[in-house]
Design a protein around this ligand. Structure first.
Ligand code: F6P
Length: 344
């Protein structure tokens, strides 16, 4: 379908006389695609005639009333940028009655009637608690975290880019690992979740993937590594999710080292760290962020409240924030099965 701007503005559903004043913030860990989402929220709101105010540093900016009115022009040229132009933070103060009251007073003074929060689980808890105290401010959550650990959406904004960053790094580590016949332990992000580890371990051809659940058995790991050595594999990559219950890559490499003959493996550790959170969002994240940004504003227009907008099987879905927060997502056992089978 081709469209030009005049055609767009002749659409019958264009409501340029909207009256909503929407507060927008990014909270928790930044994720590539957050800017694309900010852009989508602002432009959709403007399309319907509503106004958006961007608060800086998440809920901290809400408490300190640090904000700017955002227009289509102020979000030009950001769709391709990583990080978040609104910056982000994890505000403990907002979770106190005093912090919430200060935030509410600031919103009331500006006559802002709704809040869109782009973030993860912790950010949604704050939004829901705030909405319970001040139901006159509607809240909508948009899933933005590289961890992909939110209920109610197949993917979160930032995950696709982060796993591509990790796979690129794993390919490079594999080059040096095989050149030196080394065993590498590579730690990836995921404080409570193994989604990044599992997907990147599978696509990086890892010999083992350690995630928080199922529990890691060090003896099994040692046996698997020895076995792969016996089968003439001379380099191995073990992916460790930072949230693994046995520890990070450093601890696990030490445990393995203590259980194998001294000269069997030449072990190295790489912690990929925050490199996983940066960089230009990939196409998939830009599309997801754009669709969810549009969906969030249209949900507000439809008088929805206390929900998260997500994407399931390529369709927008709404999940009650309360429900989304209480339900954990678990990795697909089929992914574990095939990762094990293909690591032979
Ligand atoms: O929530 C996203 C995440 O990237 C986690 O995977 C990671 O544990 C955490 O953020 C790191 O947070 P910080 O930037 O505060 O070190």
């Amino acid at each position: 379908m081709a469209f030009c701007i005049p055609e767009l503005f002749n659409q019958p559903n264009l409501m340029q006389n909207g009256t909503k004043k929407i507060g927008l913030l990014t909270s928790g860990g930044d994720a590539p695609g957050m800017n694309a989402c900010i852009r989508a929220v602002v432009r959709t709101a403007e399309y319907y005639g509503h106004k958006v105010f961007g608060f800086y540093r998440g809920y901290a900016g809400l408490i300190e009333n640090e904000m700017d009115a955002l227009t289509s022009r102020s979000v030009s040229n950001i769709i391709q940028r990583g990080g978040t132009i609104l910056q982000t933070a994890r505000s403990k103060e907002f979770m106190t009655p005093k912090g919430m009251e200060e935030a509410y007073e600031n919103l009331k003074a500006e006559r802002i009637d709704s809040l869109i929060v782009i973030g993860g689980d912790g950010s949604f808890k704050g939004a829901l608690e705030f909405n319970k105290r001040y139901p006159q401010i509607s809240v909508i959550g948009i899933p933005g975290t590289i961890d992909n650990d939110l209920y109610g959406t197949d993917y979160t904004i930032g995950y696709a880019t982060a796993v591509n960053t990790v796979v690129e790094a794993l390919d490079k580590i594999r080059d040096t690992a095989s050149s030196h016949n080394r065993l590498f332990f590579v730690e990836v992000m995921g404080r409570d979740a193994g989604f990044i580890a599992l997907a990147t371990g599978l696509s990086g051809g890892a010999e083992a993937i350690l995630i928080p659940d199922p529990p890691t058995d060090i003896d099994d790991l040692v046996e698997a590594l020895k076995d792969s050595y016996r089968r003439k594999k001379r380099s191995s990559l073990v992916i460790v999710a930072e949230g693994d219950e046995r520890g990070g890559a450093i601890e696990i490499s030490r445990m393995v080292k203590s259980k194998v003959p001294e000269d069997l493996f030449d072990i190295r550790v790489t912690i990929l760290g925050h490199i996983q959170r940066g960089g230009a969002p990939c196409c998939q994240d830009r599309v997801l962020a754009s669709r969810l940004g549009v969906a969030a504003v249209e949900a507000l227009i439809d008088d929805k409240n206390a929900i998260m907008v997500g994407m399931k099987q390529n369709k927008v879905e709404y999940t009650d924030l309360e429900y989304a927060i209480k339900h954990n997502v678990t990795v697909d056992p089929e992914m574990i099965r095939i990762a094990k089978m293909l690591s032979l």
